[in-house]
Write a protein of this length. Sequence first.
Length: 279
Amino acid sequence: MLDSTFPRAKSLLFVPTTRKEDFKRSFECGASAIIMDLEDSVSRERKEEGRKNILEFCTANPDTKFFIRINDAQSQFFADDIALLRQLDLKRQLYGIMLPKAEQREHIDAVLDSVGEISLILLVESARGVQNLSLTASAPCVRQLAFGAFDMILDIGLRDGEGKDFALNYVRVQMVLASRIYNLLPPINRVFPNMRDESLLKANMECAYSMGFGGSLSFYPNQIPTINAIFGQGQDKIAWAKEVLRLAEIHKGEPFSFEGNVVDVPTIKKAQGILEHKY
């Protein structure tokens, strides 16, 4: 049985597993969910240290839940990451696993065959990953897609300029469409690399939000309030939709006024769509 507490996270903060002094603090920064990272933020020489730190943290904090980003299924570190997962109480301690470089159905099967049924977030970060979304997004236990923009930029050779943004937004669109087709949660936006320019951060997040993304990844706790505020707008829309439908029932199909606007059949359909898809 998949975890029914899987979060509809607005902000997901990566925490390098070699920085155990940051573990407790990360859970107090306001992020919707924490991702303990064993992949890109941890050097090959320190992977085992990262795994040990996770075990120690779980022993000391058995009721604290988080995600783990393991190394990809073709990596030399994958088997040791799987061995770590087998030592954890997966249902009690993890919301799920983030699987990087998820390009083929076999990569997903490698995880599920090793640890059993567990919720998965797939990182889409290559041309092949985009091409095979119909295969990976439809796989068992996949709950959400996330955008790995850094690796995507390298994989397809993007250069700074308008073309780069156009290409990245094309990938975003494919992720939104696949999420809708395969009944996944809205996808998760990329890490935004500039930790100081809040105006650029806000612009990037608002673009992703308007495209149908449900939240964003981050490496930087100072970005969390902005990310939460932008993707939290979805909750306001849900509240609006519920109230529109409540009033529509009272008015028995007749047009009425709400918040200064006339509510008619198209508005009611919009409210129904918001609640159906949980925007």
